[in-house]
Design a protein around this ligand. Structure first.
Ligand code: ADP
Length: 464
């Protein structure tokens, strides 16, 4: 059964209140049963004993007569309270009998009490006669038989008290449940309003409008986080969408320039307008190389995103040294000094892919350094992590670009990068590999001063 948040909250509140009130009622009733009933029972025993004791004063020893009028008064008073009195003298002759006196009243009273008690506690009790000796000093002057409902009964007042208590509990329960439903509706509105808003926004996003944002003005932390998450998602999709569009235009542009160059030159050579000199053919060869490097970079990225890591134990310092050594000719050509320092750091990782990370970072450091500069590579072990840093003293990266350079096809300065031969995929590859290893990459950089790319990778329990 599908229920709205509002209905679920209202029902939930109502159920909690209902259970609470029911538990309070049961406890209250149990207390009444145990304590109040015991109290009433004792009161009744005390009353009947007192009634019997009071009768001795109604006997005149000298004349041997009973004050029947007074006994009649006592008997009628007791009858109105549920006690049926019968008084005998020492010869067992009846002095006064409530039933003889007013049979109808007696039976009516017994019936009322029985009905009342049956209604309250079921068929538990019955009328029992209790006999008391009437004493004058030590001498037995008669006997009083007092019949009343045993073990206890509620007179009109006690019954009304118990009844009122139950009604109070019932009314309180009903008021609480109505209150719970109202509170549920109010709470639900408060909670569901921002959720409905977020749903609408998510709907808009799914329809392709990535510019929409929700305002996260709600006091509920989780809802505020949900709104922010949706906003972040929309922002990311918007940026990705921008990059996707840029990617298409970039790829087209990247392809068009070398293709135009190649086709123009080849056409001229075919038409006999140009001599196929070595320089011309080298120029064409360079353009073809650019094209194939673009394609192979794209392939690499696609491969990293779609293949599993082949992890073995790798010494990151050794790997950094051997990768840097491959660039020796490049360092010399660009008049750069490169140092690799640090400690032996073992980790479980895909060696080939880590080599790719170091290669890309060194190749960037070379590309964006000026002649005569230095590149410092260091490897360190920090607790559970291995940390690699590739630092150059080149052109640096601006604050706003730092966030974006790891996106594919992002280049801080297109003309500069194109001249430097980059296609804007190198760092996207690095980022994808580091993330696949469960690590992170950060960049510290100041424009004009240089950049430091810091890769943190979990060692994954490699024995160091
Ligand atoms: P590219 O192939 O263009 O170098 P990358 O993905 O490797 O692509 O880098 C993205 C952009 O980040 C580059 O275009 C460059 O502007 C900037 N960048 C990368 N590394 C450095 C660095 N060491 N110093 C300065 N800028 C850098």
């Amino acid at each position: 059964m599908k229920l709205s948040l509002g209905k679920q909250l209202s029902l939930g509140f109502a159920l909690i209140i209902f259970i609470t009130v029911a538990v309070i009622s049961i406890i209250a009733n149990l207390l009444i049963k145990n304590e109040f009933e015991k109290y009433v029972e004792k009161q009744q025993q005390a009353f009947s004993a007192q009634l019997a004791a009071g009768l001795s004063a109604q006997y005149d020893e000298d004349s041997g007569e009973w004050d029947v009028d007074y006994i009649h008064g006592m008997g009628m008073y007791a009858l109105s309270d549920g006690y049926i009195l019968k008084v005998y003298d020492s010869q067992n002759e009846v002095v006064w009998d409530a039933e003889n006196h007013d049979m109808e009243h007696c039976h009516q009273m017994m019936q009322e009490i029985e009905e009342r008690m049956n209604r309250l506690s079921g068929d538990e009790g019955q009328f029992v006669t209790h006999s008391y000796d009437i004493l004058s000093g030590e001498k037995i002057i008669g006997r009083a038989d007092i019949t009343y409902y045993t073990p206890y009964y509620f007179n009109e007042n006690a019954f009304r008290f118990v009844d009122s208590l139950n009604i109070i509990l019932l009314v309180t329960g009903i008021i609480c449940i109505i209150n719970a439903i109202c509170m549920g509706v109010i709470f639900a509105k408060k909670i569901s309003k921002p959720i409905i808003k977020v749903t609408d926004i998510a709907d808009e996003i799914s329809k392709g409008d990535y510019s929409v944002r929700t305002d996260s003005r709600t006091s509920t932390v989780e809802l505020r986080e949900l709104s922010q998450a949706i906003n972040n998602m929309a922002e990311k999709i918007e940026r990705q969408e921008g990059l996707r569009k840029q990617l298409t235009s970039d790829v087209a542009h990247e392809l068009r320039t070398p293709l135009t160059n190649i086709s123009t030159q080849v056409e001229m050579i075919v038409d006999g307008l140009f001599e196929p000199t070595k320089e011309r053919l080298n120029g064409i060869y360079d353009e073809v190389n650019r094209l194939s490097s673009l394609v192979s970079e794209l392939e690499k990225l696609q491969l990293i995103e779609n293949t599993k890591l082949n992890k073995t134990e790798v010494d990151l310092l050794e790997l950094a040294k051997s990768t840097a050594s491959v660039f020796e000719a490049e360092f010399n050509k660009n008049n750069l000094q490169c140092t690799v320092l640090g400690e032996k750091t073992l980790l479980f990782a895909d060696e080939g892919k880590l080599r790719q990370v170091i290669t890309n970072l060194i190749s960037n450091a070379i590309k964006y350094s000026q002649s005569g500069g230095t590149i410092e590579i260091s490897v360190k072990s920090y607790g559970e992590n291995a940390v690699l840093s590739v630092k150059d003293h080149g052109i640096g990266i601006s604050e706003e670009d730092k966030e974006l350079i790891f996106e594919r096809f992002y280049r801080t300065d297109k003309s500069r990068s194109r001249k430097s031969g980059g296609v804007g995929i190198g760092l996207a590859i690095v980022n994808a590999i580091v993330k696949a290893h469960g690590g992170k990459i950060e960049v510290e950089s100041t424009e004009g001063m240089g950049s430091d790319f810091i890769v943190t990778l979990p060692k994954n329990d490699a024995q160091n």
